[in-house]
Design a protein around this ligand. Sequence first.
Ligand code: ASP
Ligand code: MG
Length: 412
Amino acid sequence: MKVFKFGGASVKDAESVKNVSVVLGTQGFNSCLVVVSAMGKTTNALEKVVETYFVKGDFAAELEDLQQKHLAVAQDLFPSEHAVFSKIKLIFQETEAFLRRNKSPNYNFVYDQVVSCGELVSSVILSQYLNYIKFSNSWIDAREYIKTDHNYREANLDWERTKEHMSSLDRAQCYVTQGFIGADENNFTVTLGREGSDYSAAIFAFCLKTDSLTIWKDVPGVMTGDPRKFQNVELLDHISYEEAIEMAYYGASVIHPKTLQPLMQQQIPFYVKSFLEPTKAGTRVGSGVAPAVAQSFILKENQHLLRIATRDFSFIAEEHLSQIFSLLAKYKVKISLMQNSAISLDLCVDDLYNGIESLLSDLAKDFQTELTREVSLFTIRNANLDELNNLYNGREILLEQVAKRTVQAVLK
Ligand code: ASP
Ligand code: MG
């Protein structure tokens, strides 16, 4: 059995959905599990629905708009009497009904119940379309298999329960399911964190011990830099799991950081390929590869630089650090780089869950803080140190760190 994962860009409209079937055709559509994300920018639009709901705005109109977009895609794929239309409507009706009934003030809980509908609806459309063109498959609800705790918006996997549930799947069949979503102990929907569909695919691959996992992207594979941001980048044909883990950790958005550990543990070959050129080899991530030597670049944007100092200019000691780290965990503010000096701690952070304001006000009780918003973290692996200044391209450097041949700089 193989696992194939298709992200939002690969199913953004009817043409793209048709292209998924072309890609699957090149692979031989048998014994596979297809994991799909929400179409295009649907997740962002659903995040907006949740915001509108909490400010008591017209969330129903926004949901209706999304429903119309999905129905329009379906109109280009199916004859008008097809069952897919009522299935799409049902998903949106249930989402709206949930919001009308909901009494929970817990933003993250409500978010997961609502935002998950993007993956439900895209997977229904894809599964139905594949069946319609005679690629027969069963649609399965990922929430019956991916079992987690109730840390909404970033749920932690319960591997034992997940493995148990997945043992009922037949490795000879074809399935279509959702990325990004799962269920907690009480069967409420959870999500695994933004861009979490890669991780879902890796969880299925791990538990089903599949022969491989392929992630289909709009780039040729893993490159020495994001081709949308850097010139003269090259495709890496074959890299080790460790290399891929580091690249993901530093922010190479081509792979979600949590995806690789399960694959490495089971030694499952992992491919990153282009859905535009499905017969090309792409990148193979696996074992037995010499460490890469090519200089590679990773730019992580939308970061913030937080400088924390004690109020009395005493040294930042262990007690301070543990207090700071527990506040970071509490507000889900993620550290992407840290550096300390005698009296201050500098953190380059990622604020995916909008926790930074609350973090700052809690920190203010004991510390002085200074925040520089919207900086970038630039990582150069296997750096050619003589060329560094050219690479910074005249941008202001707020912080720089060199470890072996990896250089990281926070740039304004
Ligand atoms: N649809 C979700 C997101 O956009 C999950 C994913 O795409 O992997 O974050
Ligand atoms: Mg997505």
